[in-house]
Design a protein around this ligand. Structure first.
Ligand SMILES: Cc1cc2nc3c(=O)[nH]c(=O)nc-3n(C[C@H](O)[C@H](O)[C@H](O)COP(=O)(O)OP(=O)(O)OC[C@H]3O[C@@H](n4cnc5c(N)ncnc54)[C@H](O)[C@@H]3O)c2cc1C
Length: 409
């Protein structure tokens, strides 16, 4: 179990304010407006640090998929002022069950959902990704309407003792006292600053879909939050948006798969073919997916990054620790990183100290969760002699008892 923190919580502030990181000459540049980059932006703003977030996309369009935001990350969203509205949008949290893909037999049941707030100070929520993303982006823009710049694809950077200059493929450049690489699993910032290994295909493919509740089979509505583990495959479904949409994620293995991205279409026939020995209600749920709402993604991974900061650059979220989805913690770790980054800036006298505090607080935990996620995939898919198993879930590993709002920084 990872330690449970009982420190007193600082009081949340409304908007900008709190300790001023006076040693910074100008806004901090954040590359990537995903869940990690936006949480970092909001946290830095909260502690009085101005930011500029550079996003390659021309418009925000988070994918249609669910994301589990567990108490460790919900504590952050609550502190930053966006948690309660998101929990309200998500609706009631249900208890999860882990079942065998062979016969649907119960292998494990999750904790009582009501216990999360009592035990960890925040709920466990299943939220539509677009809802998390827009809540964060709106809050960042409320603090500073100019904080997010779309259509800025990071290309390369130069840094010296005083500053960093980030260059974008639209031929613009931005000078900043520090830069945060939050540009996801295939991070260009990581490639430029740290070099080394590129993100490589894991041999695992995720298929994801949203199914309106009106199309969901009755047996699934009666047993709505389930993870099935089976030979070489796993599948999870849970409701979103107050039980109006069912999120469905199937994970399988395929040696030849290469592409990644949330927008590669898949077919119901393909999905069914891969899961044709799963319990009948699951197959009915797959068959009910509206044709244009099914996509696949070849999962990427990298070895844990031993050093997270170099000069005036620090890495955050998937750019630092891309992880397979088997613990449902990638976005949660990115949110934790973002919160701690702001607190580290606020607690420090100079940038070097801020980055040291940030890396010291985050590296071991996030890197450990990255490796545990990889291992959990082998447990779910039964690559071990004992066959498919529940392994150790995020709850079993004690991951929820880390509170980024009060952890020592
Ligand atoms: C199938 C699947 C299911 C998952 N389920 C869960 C879950 O239930 N719970 C959970 O906690 N996590 C989950 N995750 C993990 C989670 O999605 C990621 O860990 C999380 O999105 C990481 O956020 P991020 O901001 O670090 O990166 P990203 O979300 O990848 O955001 C990076 C941003 O940077 C931008 N960008 C990239 N390159 C550049 C560039 N050169 N210049 C400018 N901008 C750039 C991108 O457009 C993007 O907006 C899942 C992942 C997968 C694949």
């Amino acid at each position: 179990m990872i330690r449970h923190n009982q420190r007193r919580r600082p009081s949340p502030a409304s908007g900008n304010g709190q300790p001023d990181a006076h040693y910074l000459d100008g806004p901090v540049a954040i590359i990537g407006a995903g869940i990690g980059g936006l949480t970092a932006a909001l946290s830095l703003q909260h502690f009085g640090v101005p930011v500029r977030v550079f996003e390659q996309s021309k418009a925000f369009r988070e994918v249609g998929a669910g994301v589990t935001i567990t108490p460790n990350a919900m504590n952050v969203l609550n502190f930053l002022g966006v948690g309660s509205a998101l929990a309200e949008q998500a609706g009631e949290t249900l208890r999860y069950f882990v079942r065998s893909a062979v016969d649907g037999r119960e292998l494990e049941r999750g904790p009582d959902p009501d216990s999360f707030v009592t035990e960890f100070g925040a709920p466990y929520c299943n939220i539509h990704r677009a809802d998390v993303h827009s809540a964060l982006a709106d809050a960042v823009r409320r603090n500073d309407p100019d904080a997010i710049l779309l259509d800025h694809r990071f290309d390369y950077l130069e840094q010296d003792d005083d500053k960093i200059v980030a260059h974008f493929s639209n031929r613009t450049a931005f000078e900043a006292p520090a830069l945060i690489g939050a540009d996801g699993g295939a991070s260009a910032v990581r490639n430029v600053v740290f070099g080394g290994q590129q993100a490589s295909y894991t041999g695992h493919v995720a298929l994801r879909a949203l199914v309106p509740f009106t199309r969901v089979p009755r047996a699934i509505i009666e047993d709505p939050y389930v993870l099935y583990v089976g030979a070489g495959r796993s599948l999870i479904h849970y409701p979103l948006r107050r039980q109006t949409t069912m999120n469905l994620l199937g994970n399988t293995q395929a040696a030849q798969w290469q592409a990644e991205g949330w927008a590669i279409p898949a077919t119901v026939k393909e999905f069914l073919g891969l899961f044709d020995d799963f319990p009948e209600p699951v197959q009915e749920l797959i068959a009910a997916i509206p044709a244009p709402d099914l996509f696949k993604w070849g999962l990427r991974d990298r070895e844990p990054l031993e050093v997270w900061t170099r000069g005036r650059v620090a890495m955050l979220g998937d750019a630092a620790h891309p992880m397979t989805p088997y613990l449902g913690q990638g976005a949660c770790m990115a949110i934790e990183d973002g919160m701690i980054l702001g607190r580290a800036f606020a607690a420090s006298q100079d940038l070097g100290e801020a980055f040291s505090r940030y890396e010291a607080a985050r590296r071991d935990r996030a890197n450990a969760v990255q490796l545990a996620s990889r291992y959990q995939g082998t447990q779910h898919h039964g690559s071990t002699a004992s066959g498919p198993s529940t392994g150790k879930t995020a709850a079993t590993l004690g991951l929820f008892s880390y509170d980024p709002v009060t952890e020592p920084v």
